[in-house]
Design a protein around this ligand. Structure first.
Ligand code: 5AD
Ligand code: SF4
Length: 383
């Protein structure tokens, strides 16, 4: 079946299998594929998650990181970057400001730190949120690869969701984007994602789109990896240059910024088609590269956006990439503006919903109790 025919079948509610070649072909095509692709993804979206747009308030707890990824401004070798760590009181106050504005889900984000003070702080925040609001709130973590024992502690303290981007499913590309120093191992990252699922977390992942040397085949492989792993949530965004990182020198090997935006929107649409019931976010990186990134992401099949609750004075230092704008803004005003923009395209922002991914609630993972070593640990399969 031709790609366009397949997309029309999907739009109409029928079955059409998009294989690796179709996915790569779709990513390679000229602009004429966008309309049928986004129409198909929108149709899938309205049949599953519907018009609702979930909201997560982000708190960037610390910009310290033990890793050294070649693309990221928070890398430990980026010594020009002033480092900060928000104390518990400031993190709690940021979350409370979001709660007062009606948000019911919060993302705690940081670089990767394994030290006890950091884990204990995250644990304290989770416990506090759990004691304050119990099941009315959903706390999401995005704090890098943590050992199983730390994950178990954080789960017991009230953690429910975890985001760990694999960045790419291609081990060769992964090796080009990360130092070979024992800290950045592709297999360990995948294993951590497996541990999250086995530990009963709602597990999210995602990839970087438009990095140097990445091919459409590789991106097609990413989509199949995410589907076969059975992630519950996904955030994927375009790579954005940062002059303080090693990858900057290879920026001419990357697609244009416009092409990165286009690839990101197509990746969102294709993943929505492959995984109708996951939560998929319109990322900040996408919104950084195009002022209408929110609308375009939602129109392509995203159903989540994440306003920033980090105090303004820290925000510029959470400097993953260049061009991040920091406008001092009340969360209430941000929500009003976002709600109006979504309403203008027939979508409804529901900040008061915890917004569990249908993919998770419909098919809960098998929980391996702590201490039961080896369940699925040694399987070579990703699933
Ligand atoms: N451009 C876009 N996204 C980036 N990230 C890190 N550096 C960049 C960059 N230069 C993303 C990675 C990481 C997340 C925290 O931020 O995907 O997982
Ligand atoms: Fe650290 Fe994450 Fe940046 Fe890598 S991408 S340097 S792990 S913050």
């Amino acid at each position: 079946m031709l790609l366009e025919e397949g997309l029309a079948v999907i739009e109409g509610g029928g079955e059409a299998v998009l294989g690796r070649d179709d996915l790569a072909d779709c990513l390679r095509r000229g602009p004429s594929v966008d309309e049928p692709l986004f129409r198909a993804a929108s149709a899938v979206l309205s049949r599953t998650v519907g018009p609702w747009v979930f909201v997560r308030g982000i708190v960037e707890m610390t910009n310290a990181c033990r890793k050294n990824c070649y693309y990221c401004g928070l890398r430990s070798d980026h010594s020009a970057l002033p480092r900060y760590s928000m104390p518990f009181e400031e993190i709690a106050a940021a979350i409370e400001s979001g709660w007062a504005a009606g948000l019911r889900s919060f993302l705690l984000q940081s670089g990767e730190l394994l030290g006890e003070p950091h884990i204990a702080l995250v644990e304290k925040v989770l416990r506090w949120a759990d004691e304050s609001w119990g099941d009315s709130v959903r706390m999401v973590l995005s704090t890098g690869e943590l050992p199983r024992a730390a994950l178990e502690r954080l789960k017991a303290a009230g953690g429910g969701r975890y985001l760990l981007r694999i960045e790419t499913s291609d081990p060769v590309l992964y090796a080009k984007l990360h130092p070979r120093d024992g800290l950045h191992r592709f297999e360990e990252r995948i294993q951590c994602l497996r541990n999250l699922r086995k530990g009963g977390w709602q597990a999210g992942s995602g990839v970087l789109i438009g990095v140097p040397w990445q091919t459409e085949e590789s991106l097609a492989g990413d989509l199949l990896f995410l589907r076969d792993f059975g992630i519950d949530m996904c955030g994927m965004g375009p790579w954005i240059e940062h002059s303080g990182t090693p990858l900057y020198a290879s920026r001419h090997e990357a697609p244009s910024r416009e092409r990165r935006v286009s690839l990101t929107l197509r990746m969102i649409a294709l993943l929505r088609i492959l995984m109708p019931d996951i939560n998929l976010s319109a990322t900040t990186a996408l919104q950084t590269l195009t002022p209408t990134g929110l609308e375009r992401g939602l129109a392509a099949g995203a159903n989540v956006f994440m306003p920033n609750l980090t105090p303004t004075r820290y925000r510029l230092d959470y400097n993953l990439y260049e061009g991040k704008t920091v406008v001092p803004d009340r969360i209430e005003d941000v929500l009003d503006r976002m709600s109006a923009r979504c309403a203008a395209m027939g979508r409804t922002v529901v900040p008061g919903e915890v917004g569990d991914p249908l993919h998770f609630t419909k098919a809960p993972p098998v929980y391996s109790p702590p201490g039961e070593e080896g369940v699925g640990d040694h399987d070579d399969q990703v699933h």
